[in-house]
Design a protein around this ligand. Structure first.
Ligand SMILES: Cc1cc2nc3c(=O)[nH]c(=O)nc-3n(C[C@H](O)[C@H](O)[C@H](O)COP(=O)(O)OP(=O)(O)OC[C@H]3O[C@@H](n4cnc5c(N)ncnc54)[C@H](O)[C@@H]3O)c2cc1C
Length: 384
């Protein structure tokens, strides 16, 4: 059986993340600031370019190894949400970009010269019903003219390039509703403040995310990725990697919550005994640990299939569901174990609690995963 310990890899990531202590995360959370120093340190150490092939300056890690990087960040008390886009958004260029796009972008992303960690798919009126999105890209000679609106476009203010999904053929004119959408590279340094207006959304977690309004944005044809009309397929191709990496973050969170709960349960003495001696306190922590470990096994299985180039849609989805549920359960248990102190910001628990709650909704909500499993794995009727 393969070992998933990766002691050297874990130690390498820990050397960077351990420089960012609890105080650092509390300060950026309170200021709702982007953890710039943290993201720069990870980039400079090469951890965020893990999935870029070596020929383009990346370290060519497997997804299994990349998942360990994400796990360790969250396990150390950090929040990968600020940087995970840098790890996987460029995957669309690696898999479907032209040689020119790869040569131009990938080495600069790998070196940290530019960031491409933003992806604009979700729209305010259509939500999870992606094929009905209303942003249009109309071809005019050697350019596309884009108009529309996106929401929850994360890390845009800290990116140089963004992936944008827009409709190039009206829905009424395509045979399958998944056709007629195209994906584009947007140079944000040129567009923001001119044809893209950004409205930041203050939200429950310290997550830089925005509503954007696109008004006659001109994109050169050479910035389209792959064929016109096949953009949704290209985006979906990247989602298995995204789901597995997010699962790994949840597993990191889950371990962090269990470690904190276990330690506190042994130290906190009430009624003349450590609270962890009470089974009412101990068993929920034990159960949370079991669930995190089980989710991790599904993560390894999904990674193994992905790295072998085999279909892994159901395993990627199942690992995301199990891991998000396990980390959320562990968060609740950890908070409960700490009693009132769990609510104090200095313990970090309320922050991590908010951060891990997000994964029940984004980047894909639990119901959408269950409907995928119901329909595509179990063969039950399509529900939407
Ligand atoms: C902090 C944050 C960051 C994000 N970052 C990005 C990003 O960078 N790029 C991006 O494109 N998007 C991003 N998103 C958007 C995210 O992917 C969506 O919020 C998510 O996919 C759900 O879509 P929605 O919010 O429109 O919910 P809706 O589609 O409106 O759904 C609302 C609820 O109803 C449920 N529901 C809807 N239809 C059905 C059905 N048929 N059956 C059962 N249940 C159903 C959903 O599961 C959900 O729980 C982000 C969101 C957040 C909160």
């Amino acid at each position: 059986m393969q070992s998933y310990e990766f002691p050297e890899l874990r130690e390498g990531v820990r050397q960077v993340v351990s420089q960012f202590d609890s105080r650092y995360w509390q300060e950026v959370d309170e200021a709702r600031a982007f953890p710039e120093k943290f993201v720069t340190a990870l980039t400079e150490a090469g951890w965020l370019s893990g999935l870029i092939p070596e020929e383009y300056g990346g370290s060519g890690l497997s997804l299994t190894e990349a998942s360990v990087v994400m796990e360790e960040i969250n396990r150390a008390g950090g929040n990968s949400g600020a940087c995970h886009g840098q790890m996987y958004v460029m995957g669309c260029v690696v898999r479907h970009g032209s040689q020119k796009q790869k040569d131009d972008l990938l080495p600069r992303i790998a070196s940290g010269q530019i960031r491409m960690q933003s992806m604009a798919v979700t729209e305010p009126t259509t939500g999870s019903d992606t094929t009905k999105l209303k942003t249009t890209a109309v071809r005019k000679g050697d350019r596309y003219v884009v108009n529309g609106q996106k929401v929850w476009t994360s890390r845009l203010q800290h990116s140089d390039y963004m992936l944008l999904l827009a409709r190039t053929t009206p829905l009424a004119e395509v045979q399958k509703k998944s056709e007629g959408l195209s994906v584009f590279l947007v140079d944000l340094r040129e567009a923001v403040g001119k044809s893209i207006t950004v409205r930041p959304i203050r939200n429950m977690v310290n997550h830089e995310t925005n509503e954007i309004f696109i008004d006659n944005l001109e994109i050169p044809v050479e910035n389209r990725i792959g064929d016109e009309g096949k953009g949704l397929k290209y985006i979906l191709d990247g989602l298995n990697a995204e789901r597995i990496l997010i699962a790994a973050e949840c597993i990191g969170d889950g371990h962090w919550f269990v470690d904190r709960a276990k330690t506190y349960a042994q130290e906190r003495v009430v009624f003349d005994r450590p609270i962890g001696r009470n089974q009412g306190v101990q068993f929920p922590i034990a159960r949370a640990h079991v669930n995190v470990e089980a989710a991790s096994l599904m993560r390894w299985r999904a990674c193994e299939l992905f790295d072998a180039g085999l279909p892994c849609g159901s395993e990627a989805n199942m690992s995301k569901l199990l891991a998000a549920d396990a980390s959320w359960e562990a968060a609740n248990v950890c908070l409960q174990t700490h009693g009132g102190f769990g609510f104090a910001a200095e313990y970090d628990i309320e922050r991590k609690f908010r951060e891990t709650r997000l994964y029940q909704v984004a980047p894909i909500s639990t119901n959408m995963i269950l409907s995928y499993i119901g329909e595509h794995v179990l063969g039950m009727p399509r529900s939407y």
